[in-house]
Design a protein around this ligand. Structure first.
Ligand code: MEV
Length: 422
């Protein structure tokens, strides 16, 4: 009988696991061949990264060009499945170059850990008691990561809040840890677990959760840029972008899509450098909703000359040491392409990319709409799939766009027509 209950599946060698999956899903020979292609992530590395590995899956790695960030040129590696994102980022970066590019600054890498204490009889009193023992608690936390402390990082401070919950008040200790060049979740979780028994003893309550918070609002990147109205295409384009932003500022339905556009850029760089994308997404959206209403992460305005100015502020918990960033060989190459020396610099680049991505989307939306660009790329892809030789790809794509018939069948016909002619 077909069952997914396979005791010890995780202990099997990769080939054995694959065999079980092949049986379960009746995969064909060519599916198996495909899953046996390991690309640039060797089986032994993939197998230690996660559990139950049966293969790898490749995505396109591209570089966005034209980025001038903090007066330095960057080629930005991006991994993404969506057409137009890389082209749009490069286009927007070019628009910002004429007025000095994008400036970005990240705060120190402060992550927050939470220790939840319930069943505290006198939470207000115990809150003060815990704060009184701040130094001892920080010491216990820091004993767990002497290397981080040596680098100037480690647990730096704590805050204690009384949170009203559906099950009554709880005391929550917020541990603030400077994780330096790491993403930091592991370091913070270890420290939270280490301080928990002492906190339990101090409060006489019961500790349950000890975990990092993904609302990384002490680890923020701020980016800003200016684009001259003439570079953008005139006053009307500036106005269109301002109305697009105002729409997002007034309506969470639009704000979610606005921020999704920002995350297109942020997540693409995050993937290329093997960051925890879910942490970035969670942090970004929670930050956007922090005031009680979901808001856009960027703001677009017009300066005294009528030029467009944009700014962005969002959490950016990224690392360049530890985790998948260190293990994945392509992530290491991506970091080399970027040439970033610290996690803060990586955060600054990613904030700048998010702002540029947002600019590109709003400009397209406020003018020709985004489908035209998408269609252009789609037409090129179809031409390539239909076997168009390199020098004919653009010609065939243009013909399909002109005819208003962008399809694989038409691409095939045109490939035959054009190759016959040439
Ligand atoms: C598509 O992936 C992203 C956009 O929808 C973003 C936006 O609407 O601002 C174009």
């Amino acid at each position: 009988m077909r069952t997914s209950r396979i005791p010890g599946f995780y202990k099997l060698p990769i080939e054995e696991r694959l065999r079980k999956v092949v049986e379960f899903a009746s995969l064909h020979e060519d599916d198996i061949e495909l899953l046996r292609k390991w690309g640039n992530l060797e089986p032994k590395i993939a197998d230690i990264m996660i559990e139950n590995v049966i293969g790898t899956m490749s995505y396109p790695l591209a570089v966005a060009v034209n980025f001038l960030i903090n007066k330095r040129d960057y080629m930005v590696p991006m991994v993404i499945e969506e057409p137009s994102v890389v082209a749009a980022a490069s286009h927007a970066a070019k628009l910002t170059r004429e007025s000095g590019g994008i400036d970005a600054i990240a705060t120190d890498s402060i992550m927050i850990g939470q220790v939840q204490v319930v069943k505290v009889h006198d939470p207000a009193y115990k809150r003060i008691l815990v704060l009184e023992h701040r130094d001892q608690i920080l010491e216990i936390a820091n004993e767990k990561d002497p290397i981080l402390v040596k680098l100037g990082g480690g647990a730096k401070d704590l805050e204690v809040k009384i949170i009203e919950s559906p099950l009554g008040p709880m005391l929550v200790v917020y541990l603030l840890v400077d994780v330096k060049d790491a993403m930091g979740a592991n370091a913070v979780n270890t420290m939270c677990e280490a301080i928990a028994p002492y906190i339990q003893e101090l409060t006489g309550g019961r500790v349950y959760l000890r975990i990092v918070s993904n609302l990384a609002d002490r680890r923020i990147v701020r980016a800003r840029t200016k684009v001259k109205k003439d570079v953008l295409g005139g006053e009307e384009v500036v106005e269109g972008i301002l109305y697009a932003w105002a729409f997002a500022a007034a309506d969470p339905y639009r704000a979610a899509t606005h921020n999704k556009g920002i995350m297109n850029g942020v997540v693409a760089v995050a993937r290329a450098t093997a960051q925890d994308c879910r942490a970035l997404e969670a942090g970004a959206h929670a930050y956007a909703a922090k005031g009680g209403v979901y808001r856009p992460l960027s703001i677009w305005e017009k300066d005294e000359n009528g030029d467009l100015v944009g700014s962005l502020e969002m959490p950016m918990p990224v690392g360049i040491v530890g985790g998948a960033t260190k293990v994945h060989p392509v992530a290491r190459v991506s970091l080399k392409i970027l040439g970033v020396k610290t996690a803060r610099e990586l955060a600054e680049v990613m904030g700048a990319v998010g702002l540029a991505q947002n600019l590109a989307a709003l400009k397209a939306l406020a003018t020709e709409g985004i489908q035209k660009g998408h269609m252009r790329l789609h037409a090129r892809n179809l031409a390539i799939m239909a076997g168009a030789p390199r020098d004919l790809v653009d010609k065939i794509a243009e013909s399909m766009i002109r005819e208003g018939n962008i399809s694989y069948a038409r691409a095939k016909e045109l490939v035959e027509e054009f190759t016959y002619k040439s």
